[in-house]
Ligand binder design. Structure first.
Ligand code: ZN
Length: 80
């Protein structure tokens, strides 16, 4: 019997940040948070989430912010 298991990315969750300011172009409310969960699967059935990668993107200047670059303001709105 062959076991198929491994990790797969889950469904992306996009959340608009309405109060945070982009520190690159200084636009307010242009940021959105993208969360991408990674889960462990067995025969493609998701068992549990291993990690969730998060990044923010500015819809105005297209600047991408990774976790280390989030400002206090962004984190507050994300509820981190
Ligand atoms: Zn921007």
């Amino acid at each position: 019997m062959i076991l198929f298991f491994g990790t797969r990315p889950g469904k992306q969750i996009v959340q608009a940040l309405e109060r945070a300011t982009c520190s690159h172009c200084h636009q307010r409310g242009s940021l959105r948070l993208i969360s991408q969960p990674n889960y462990f699967h067995l025969f493609w059935l998701p068992l549990f989430t291993i990690s969730t990668s998060r990044f923010a993107e500015c819809t105005h200047c297209k600047r991408v912010y990774y976790k280390e670059e989030f400002t206090r303001e962004m984190e507050q709105e994300m509820g981190l």
